[in-house]
Design a protein. Structure first.
Length: 387
């Protein structure tokens, strides 16, 4: 199955990722990968509150595993030049006196786990700068899903106390286009709520504080039958949820509007099956938001996630020095007011990996031509069964 490993630290000259298990014959575009990376990095810069230089663009090179624009079946090596982001630039943490523990971060737990007192070393290892390679690696999975007409889109639904009034992925809502989301500085499809969220962020920046929020993610074109009906880790909910939970700051996930749906009676909580779908079978509504019993229904899959405020608050916080165990004050040199828009983009990629592996498990994992043949046969069977 497809898997990625990231190498590098925030102060490394290069960042790299190795993606293995990719079928041969998949068309890969560096331009598409760079576009996703640009979406992520621009949101991190725009909401940093530091006026960082936007002229420093990231570019990811594909060094191996691809010939004439198509994968060969060998591991794919992706590399990004990190020289402009190394210590000495305004994007990096400044040298710290002693070994202060950064409140709200992995520092204390990782220090105890790895027996490393210098928290700055841990900070470089677990820095969010490495997320650029997560976005790049997930671009491979997105290319695979795109081969079968599957699109993943996310949008921000809440920042701080400001939230959208209408569900962007409601049954009667038109499908969002990427343009509707990306033209917003906070990736919110409502222009009115975008302005309100911008005001909320401006107030937090003035106080050097951070904001959390929520985002929603939808998958269009997913085939029915992905996941397993077993009560184990193979269900589509558990695998997609695990992938999104791997993102720092995500502390809650639900499929569909689970809170509201749980208040309904059973007679009003479920979708009625239909024979009029493009794949032969469908549902008359999408209350379950694309999944029943751990298996996709063929309707749009919708996931919602809550994100806690970033611990990188832009003012001094009380902490202690890991070397001397004495009290100290800590202040981050890399303040970012709100990471919710960038985290939503990360979630698209992580979900893409989980879903891509479900396709490889069901339809094969060695050659794209064989996978396409298997998917076509499966689609024919579904349509014939519905007659």
């Amino acid at each position: 199955m497809m898997h990625y490993e990231i190498a590098g630290e925030s102060n490394s000259a290069l960042l790299s990722a190795v993606v293995s298990g990719v079928p041969a014959g998949l068309r890969i575009s560096e331009e598409a990968i760079d576009a996703d990376v640009a979406r992520w990095s621009s949101r991190m810069r725009a909401l940093s509150g530091e006026g960082q230089n936007s002229d420093c663009e990231d570019h990811v090179n594909v060094l191996s595993g691809v010939a004439d624009g198509r994968t060969t079946g060998a591991p794919i090596v992706l590399v990004a030049n990190n020289a402009a982001r190394r210590p000495g630039s305004e994007l990096q943490n400044m040298p710290l006196a002693g070994f202060p523990v950064r409140p709200g971060t992995v520092d204390l737990g990782a220090s105890l786990k790895y027996d490393i007192s210098d928290c700055s070393v841990l900070g470089r290892r677990f820095n969010d700068r490495l997320d650029i390679m997560r976005v790049a690696a997930s671009g491979i999975a997105r290319e695979l899903l795109a081969e079968f007409g599957i699109e993943i889109i996310s949008c921000v639904t809440r920042i701080g106390g400001v939230s959208v009034r209408e569900d962007p992925f409601a049954d009667n809502a038109p499908a969002l286009s990427p343009l509707e989301v990306e033209v917003s500085s906070v990736r919110c499809p409502s222009s009115q709520m975008t302005r309100a969220m911008e005001d909320e962020i401006a107030r937090a920046v003035a106080q050097r504080d951070t904001l959390g929020g929520s985002f929603a993610l939808a998958v269009y074109g997913l085939h029915a039958g992905m996941g397993t009906a077993c009560r184990d880790k193979g269900s589509i909910q558990s695998r997609v949820a695990a992938s999104v939970f791997s993102i720092e700051g995500v502390d809650g996930i639900e499929f569909c509007d689970a809170s509201a749906r749980s208040l309904l009676s059973g007679s009003g909580a479920y979708d009625k099956p239909s024979l009029n779908g493009a794949q032969g079978f469908s549902r008359a509504s999408n209350k379950s938001k694309g999944v029943e019993g751990g298996i996709s229904t063929g309707m749009p899959l919708v996931v919602r996630a809550n994100v806690v405020p970033s611990p990188r608050i832009g003012r001094s916080q009380s902490s202690f020095d890991m070397g001397t165990l004495s009290s100290c004050e800590y202040r981050t040199a890399r303040y970012c007011c709100c990471e919710v828009p960038a985290q939503a983009i990360l979630a698209e990629g992580e979900a893409a990996f989980a879903l891509a592996n479900m396709y490889l498990e069901k339809f094969g994992c060695e050659s794209m031509s064989d996978i396409h043949a298997a998917v076509s046969a499966y689609e024919r069977r579904l349509k014939m069964s519905a007659r």
